[in-house]
Design a protein around this ligand. Structure first.
Ligand code: ATP
Ligand code: MG
Length: 247
């Protein structure tokens, strides 16, 4: 078996496993409800339905992410370059994530009038994944910080939260397909382990870079500050024209 075939088989086996887990749970809870309807009280029925709803949500999210992964590999996934101001895009993204995680606090420090030359939808997808992660993997008592500024030929965006740290040996691993770090916080929230893989791919396709850094906070009983740094290149008008021409 060659490498491509092996990768494909690994991918299919991981996908089947990821799909089977929520499906088994949906089937199990609906079968129990159907066969024992009169024996289960109202509260338990509600609890079971909640599980079914959550697991269906997990399946939808997984399928959406898998489609995004397939699109990354397809020629059709064209990047539509335009110059745009990042501040409103980041602000809008944060307010969407905030509505999904109302208990989470966010602090924005974004220098106005910073423009990047990139695909706006894909940029928004990148920011969504990072901000969503910071909400998912934060201790609720702590504020997530999002900052953006420009530095020489780069635009730097940082998303930083306090939670359970990432070991240096896992810095690369979390950007690969289906990778999740097992700890009490990740066990509590759902995820397919595809978000950062998609994020890194989209970033690099647009000429950017992304990295993570995690450092232990003294006296905070094992908590760390985890910072994702996204760097997008500043393009001269000539470079912009050349990129548009090559599309
Ligand atoms: N802000 C963060 N703080 C702490 N750990 C993080 C953070 N972001 C990501 N991680 C770790 O990296 C793993 C991979 O993240 P990724 O976004 O790829 O997947 P996910 O969030 O588990 O699932 P998905 O994004 O597909 O719903 C997470 O499971 C978590 O262990
Ligand atoms: Mg994620």
């Amino acid at each position: 078996m060659d490498n491509i075939e092996q990768n494909y088989e690994d991918f299919i086996s991981t996908v089947s496993h990821e799909l089977r887990t929520p499906l088994t749970s949906i089937r199990g809870f609906s079968q129990t409800m159907l066969s024992s309807w009169d024996k289960i009280d109202e509260d338990t029925k509600k609890k079971f339905l909640k599980i079914i709803e959550e697991q269906s949500q997990r399946l939808i999210h997984l399928v959406e992410n898998m489609l995004a992964v397939t699109k990354l590999q397809s020629q059709k996934n064209l990047i539509v370059y335009n110059e745009f101001d990042i501040k409103p895009v980041i602000e809008q993204t944060v307010s969407i994530v905030k509505s999904q995680y109302p208990a989470q606090k966010f602090e924005l420090n974004i220098i106005p009038d910073i423009k990047v030359f990139a695909d706006k939808d894909k940029f928004q997808q990148i920011i969504t994944n990072l901000v969503e992660n910071s909400a998912k993997y934060s201790m609720t008592a702590y504020t997530t910080k999002i900052s953006a500024y420009s530095k020489e030929k780069e635009v730097i965006i940082k998303v930083s939260n306090i939670g359970i740290g990432i070991d240096e040996k896992d810095y690369e691993k979390i950007f690969t397909k289906f990778s999740r770090i097992d700890n009490p916080l990740t066990r509590k929230v759902q995820g397919s382990g595809l978000g950062l893989y998609i994020t890194k791919n989209l970033t690099e396709k647009m000429g950017g870079r992304i990295s993570v850094n995690s450092f232990v906070l003294e006296g905070e009983s094992g908590l760390s500050e985890i910072t994702f740094t996204l760097s997008m290149p500043v393009r001269t008008l000539e470079e912009q024209a050349r990129i548009k021409c090559n599309q």
